[in-house]
Design a binder for this molecule. Structure first.
Ligand SMILES: Cc1cc2nc3c(=O)[nH]c(=O)nc-3n(C[C@H](O)[C@H](O)[C@H](O)COP(=O)(O)O)c2cc1C
Ligand code: SF4
Length: 486
């Protein structure tokens, strides 16, 4: 896992948890009413992929157990993991690209309603991603994947077959003589499609097909009973790539790349199509990046500009994340695909205690404040959600009091202790299991293993019937908790 070098090891912030009365008077535990978004409190669990869906993208008992466990902590809102809007195989990631996914998702909605006593609003994150191939064996790349062009033929004599054989036997130092930058990247990292690959019809057509794909997925989410959808416009995926300052796609007049106004066009069209496909009460929010944290990428200024546009378009909430891009991801091992959380921008997305002088706690606050200020300057009250390294009541209260955000989200601290919001609300904050921000969970995510927390996955393995990993060595949900006095 990448970290700044040299690094400063930051302690987890100390905390003086509130009494039940202090929590009741706090902003974080106060209700929010902002247009369609109504929350019992301003606590929020953002999307986390736990690698528990079936290989066909269906909800499994393990998916239900995962969300039930978060719902017992009764956050104001819970966002279901990035869920694919297309009906294409994508491993054990949830999908919503066909009506056959609705019954499983409806069961998930019922499970969360039951476990939270109806207190938690439930949203589902809708994602589209482009094709990415695993890093190939060099010989295989030259023999099968490399598309031979006249440039290769001009550089090397013989038939195409002979050229491939010559290339396959070259030492690595010779590769740059015969391959262009993109080919070298595909060889070293695995091929990755971009929204700027206009020579590919499926890429050219994205603006034509995506609004409807998102709209149909959102309609299915409505049928399954969700309170709303979160459009995934963040990290390394298709919609974030349209927003990115690196998007220089040329569709001609009124296109989808280049200036901010053009980069935001498709996200706005997606939002418009989704809004038109769901009921008036249904919440439609989005998650996007406060900063892309890559050279030449979007800054907080870009995010503020996009935020105001989203708010003007009538988006129901704006949730800010940070980084998590392919551009600076680490080279994967042969046979593995690039993963967007392995480089410096990945660090910004899920920072650990091995940090720089800024530390890992609240790194996205400045950019989030810029977005919220721009939204307010545009005359909109659209609620803004902040996440990134929040693990104490005091941090959350301060950020709300200072007007940085309207809602404070917490992913890893909620994974470490899914009951933590409830414990704080009950004045039992001393019982919170504190996240140590060393990213054991993210390490599992990276190798596509079922995500658990190191603070509880080996606890009480013989003591209850909570689901386990196939080898029986890790429990898949945190042990149950109930206040002693009840
Ligand atoms: C295991 C894991 C899976 C994640 N999956 C998603 C995801 O599906 N969609 C998303 O927008 N963010 C995802 N994230 C990022 C989190 O939502 C959050 O932005 C990030 O962890 C920083 O917040 P934190 O410091 O409170 O953990 C994931 C994070 C983790 C640790
Ligand atoms: S494994 Fe647990 S303690 Fe470690 S970072 Fe993840 S949630 Fe926090």
């Amino acid at each position: 896992m990448w970290h700044p070098d040299p690094f400063i090891k930051h302690p987890v912030p100390s905390t003086q948890p509130p009494t039940a009365q202090e929590a009741a008077r706090s902003r974080w535990f106060s209700p929010l009413r902002a247009g369609r978004l109504e929350l019992a409190e301003r606590t929020w669990v953002p999307a986390m992929v736990p690698w528990r869906a079936s290989d066909d993208g269906l909800v499994t008992p393990e998916v239900l157990a995962w969300y039930e466990r978060f719902a017992r902590g009764q956050p104001g809102a819970l966002v279901v993991e990035a869920t694919g809007i297309r009906d294409i195989p994508s491993g054990p990631l949830l999908r919503i690209g066909d009506d056959r996914f609705i019954p499983g998702l409806a069961e998930l909605v019922r499970t969360v309603r039951r476990a939270s006593g109806g207190r938690t609003r439930l949203f589902i994150q809708l994602i589209d991603f482009l094709r990415i191939r695993r890093r190939p064996e060099p010989e295989r790349y030259f023999r099968e994947f490399l598309v031979l062009t006249d440039r290769h033929r001009a550089l090397l004599p013989g038939t195409d077959g002979a050229i491939r054989e010559t290339l396959a036997r070259l030492p690595e130092t010779e590769w740059p003589r015969f391959l262009d930058e993109r080919e070298l990247e595909s060889l070293r990292f695995g091929e990755r499609e971009r929204v700027t690959d206009m020579e590919l019809p499926r890429i050219r057509e994205l603006p034509r097909v995506l609004p409807e794909l998102f709209a149909r997925a959102a309609a299915r989410a409505g049928q399954a009973g969700f309170d709303g959808v979160e459009l995934h416009f963040a990290h390394a995926y298709t919609m974030a790539s349209f927003l990115s300052a690196l998007n220089d796609r040329d569709d001609g007049y009124d296109g989808y790349g280049g200036r901010r106004a053009d980069r935001v066009r498709l996200p706005l069209e997606v939002h418009g199509a989704v809004r038109a496909a769901v009921s008036d009460r249904f919440v439609v929010g989005c998650r996007f990046l406060g900063e892309e944290c890559i050279p030449g990428g979007n800054t907080a200024g870009d995010a503020a500009w996009f935020g105001a546009e989203f708010a003007r378009a009538g988006m129901d909430y704006l949730s800010l994340s940070r980084g998590g891009k392919f551009e600076d991801a680490k080279q994967p091992r042969v046979g593995w695909a690039r993963y967007p959380y392995t480089g410096p921008s990945g660090y910004e997305c899920m920072p650990t205690v091995r940090s720089d002088e800024r530390g890992p706690f609240g790194r996205n606050a400045e950019a989030t404040r810029a977005v919220r200020d721009a939204v307010r300057a545009a005359g909109r009250r659209t609620p803004v959600v902040l996440s990134g390294g929040i693990s104490t009541f005091e941090q959350a209260e301060r950020l709300l009091r200072e007007g940085v955000a309207d809602i404070i989200a917490s992913a890893r601290q909620s994974l470490a202790d899914p009951d933590w919001f409830r414990k704080l609300r009950l004045g039992l904050g001393d019982e919170v299991r504190r996240c140590v921000f060393t990213n054991y969970c993210e390490g599992l995510d990276q190798v596509h293993k079922q995500v658990t927390c190191k603070l509880w996955d080996h606890l009480d393995l013989d003591g209850d019937d909570a689901p386990r990993t196939a080898d029986g060595r890790r429990r898949l949900v945190a042990p149950a908790w109930e206040p002693a006095s009840r």
